[in-house]
Design a protein around this ligand. Structure first.
Ligand code: COA
Ligand code: AMP
Length: 632
């Protein structure tokens, strides 16, 4: 029905408490909240402060009790191991309750922090839900991060326990997780008491006596544990994300806001009903995995797909179509990169012709800007609406989307459509003044943020306030720039900080600069994000060497590349590096990163009026050319 979106959006603006109280009645509480919002100390907002609930109960127990026991809860499809496995709600509850019992027997209780370092196996989901069952706070670390990044997170969250698999499986290579975990614990100042290791057939890990325990043995003999009721504000998880420095930010998600918002979004944003099959082709290590592989679909009584594979190469660019056809997927959520990868290998969509996809209704894309070419290719080949939507780890669920479950608005390429009910988005200038339609500025969300948005940064209220709420009082600063057109459509154009987006993965150039700067031969450096046809962006390092260094520049670049891989991880995809005599700077000493990026991307650029020595830019241009930039 036309006008439905406007009506729902306006209702959420006019009466947020009434709106979210109604949404909260869709989930199960031990104690229903009487207070909907405590906004007495912004930006520290408390939704449903007197409510008591359990996230795992809402994901599993209530569906088993409510008649969905024999329905599929989780489908595991792993082309890299040749495994397919379906868990009904009853089976998943049984595994989770047992594993929670195992954790409890090892002393895990409400409030303890547990790091999960696992690939895309069902046990990763089981681990998250088992923690939630006990009120323990999980922190999942993406498998593509190196030992050092894992150590930083173990220290920051003060993990009592680590749950890990012996290895991950990437196409063409095994990733031995266990040695990485051992190294991380060597590096960390805080030592977890216990590690529980899932031994995978592909590669077993060596156990450390007195610290490491075998997952399967513990789970087999455990007594199932019940749900621990927690207050709505109790953290469900901490998820680290990249900021502008090398120190990651521990985004804290409260239980009540998370359950209510994700449950609401499944129907209203994604148009997914209980019993429908939803597939978020991401990784449990990212927010998309938390919200839409594990929690959202299960809170909703839907079926979630856990896919251990890639869009291409496992075995071919028809992999996504095979999975959609085989399991009757209604909606797929992935990053535009995945589609660019498929399009590159199968531009005519020949593989798609091998499958019938009668169940498939919508493709959702997020994680990076969706270029109109990729959008129209996907629309043309799939013949379903392709919905670009915009959100962030901090927000927990989409802030701008075409809310198909409310009303499908016309798709405008390059735009994630309009703000989702609950989010009030404005475009601000440097002084915090609201800009008129069509003008580019900082994208900022008016406080209070809706349920499900982060409540603080772990152990760092001060950084929470200074990073997000200082620049524009009364607003949350998203770190993205863009504009809203006269029809109310939002356009997200770029980051306003040093965060880049590589294959939909959010990375900090600041963190990479810290690694390069630590090389003994490097005097100073800059890392910029340059355009890449497949991954959206790639990091490119420009280094100045110390006086007197006579070693080969190529060798130093190779070492720097290896260092980023070892310290941050392969996910950084740091492979472009060059040496120059000086970095271009303003007279006040600020490195002109934006100018270098524009040169590399072949964009129109102006000589900055404040540059200290214009000739340097010629050398930079010549150096970038040796790396293949600008690409014609
Ligand atoms: N564990 C260990 N290593 C991992 C990993 C994991 N979970 N995930 C990725 N890596 C490694 C890869 O093996 C690769 O290593 P390499 O340098 O030795 O080749 C490196 O990290 C970069 O990985 P990736 O960015 O995935 O690039 P790719 O070239 O292997 O694959 C795509 C390209 C497009 C197929 C892939 O990026 C993809 O599937 N993207 C989908 C988007 C997505 O999932 N986004 C998440 C947010 S929604
Ligand atoms: P993450 O926290 O990893 O989800 O990354 C969030 C960032 O990714 C945002 O701040 C944006 O810069 C970018 N992003 C996510 N979705 C989109 C989108 N649909 N369009 C443009 N940028 C996006």
């Amino acid at each position: 029905m036309s006008g439905e979106y406007d009506e729902v959006y306006q209702r959420a603006c006019d009466d947020p408490e009434g709106f979210w109280q109604q949404a909260a009645s869709g989930i199960d509480w031990y104690t229903e909240p009487k207070i909907v919002l405590d906004n007495s100390a912004p930006p520290f907002i408390k939704w449903f402060p007197d409510g008591v609930l359990n996230a795992c109960y809402n994901a599993l127990d209530r569906h088993v009790a409510g008649g969905r026991a024999e329905q599929a809860a989780l489908i595991y499809d792993s082309p890299v191991t040749g495994t397919k496995q379906t868990f009904t709600y009853r089976e998943l509850l049984d595994r989770v309750a047992r594993f929670a019992g195992a954790l409890k027997a090892q002393g895990i209780e409400k409030g303890d922090r547990v790091i999960i370092y696992m690939p895309m196996v069902p046990e990763a989901t089981i681990a998250m839900l088992a923690c939630a069952r006990l009120g323990a706070i999980h922190s999942v670390v993406f498998g593509g991060f190196a030992a050092n990044e894992l150590a930083v997170r173990i220290d920051d969250v003060q993990a009592k326990m680590v749950l890990a698999a012996s290895c991950g499986i990437e196409p063409g290579r095994l990733v031995p997780y266990k040695p990485l975990l051992d190294e991380a614990i060597e590096l960390s100042a805080h030592k977890p008491e216990t590690c529980i290791i899932l031994q995978r057939d592909a590669l077993a890990g060596e156990m450390v006596a007195g610290r490491d325990l075998d997952w399967s043995e513990l789970e087999a003999t455990a007594t199932p544990a019940d749900c621990t009721p927690v207050e709505a504000g109790h953290p469900l998880y901490v998820l680290y994300t990249s900021g502008t420095t090398g120190e990651p930010k521990g985004v804290v998600r409260d239980t009540g806001g998370c359950v209510v918002s994700l449950h609401w979004s499944m129907k209203h944003v994604y148009d997914i009903n209980p019993g429908d099959v939803f597939w978020a082709a991401s990784d449990v290590g990212w927010v998309v995995g938390h919200s839409y592989i594990v929690y959202g679909p299960l809170f909703n009584g839907s079926t979630s797909l856990l896919y251990e594979g890639k869009p291409v190469g496992t075995p071919d660019p028809g992999a996504y179509w095979r999975v959609i056809a085989e399991y009757g997927v209604k909606a797929l959520f992935t990053a535009p990169t995945a589609f660019r990868a498929i399009k590159k290998e199968d531009p005519q969509g020949e593989y798609l012709k091998q499958y019938q996809l009668p169940s498939f209704e919508t493709l959702y894309l997020a994680g990076e800007r969706c270029d109109p070419d990729t959008l129209s290719w996907a629309e043309d080949k799939l013949k379903v609406p392709v919905i670009d939507h915009w959100w962030q780890t901090e927000l927990g669920w989409p802030a701008c989307s075409n809310c198909r479950g409310i009303e499908l608005l016309p798709v405008v390429p390059g735009s994630p459509t309009k703000p989702v009910p609950g989010f009030v988005l404005e475009v601000l200038d440097g002084e915090g003044k609201v800009l008129p339609a069509g003008e580019i500025g900082a994208l900022a969300l008016k406080l209070p943020l809706p349920p499900g948005a982060f409540t603080t940064l772990w152990g760092n209220d001060e950084r929470f306030v200074s990073s997000y709420f200082k620049t524009f009082p009364g607003y949350y600063e998203t770190g993205d720039a863009g504009y809203i057109d006269t029809n109310g459509y939002v356009f997200v154009m770029a980051r306003t900080d040093d965060v880049i987006n590589v294959a939909g993965h959010r990375l900090s150039t600041g963190a990479m600069e810290e690694v390069l700067a630590a090389h003994p031969d490097v005097a100073e450096c800059a890392v910029i994000g340059v355009t890449d046809a497949m991954k959206g962006q790639l990091p490119l390092g420009v280094m100045v060497l110390n006086d007197g260094v006579s070693r080969s520049e190529d060798e130093i670049c190779r070492e720097a590349i290896q260092s980023v891989r070892e310290k941050i991880g392969p996910v950084a995809a740091f492979k472009l590096c060059t040496v120059v005599k000086r970095l271009p700077k303003t007279r006040s000493g600020k490195v002109l990163r934006a100018t270098m990026r524009k040169i590399a991307d072949n964009e129109v650029w102006k000589m900055p009026a404040t540059i200290d020595d214009p000739v340097i830019l010629d050398e930079i241009t010549a150096s970038l050319l040796t790396l293949g930039y600008p690409v014609n």
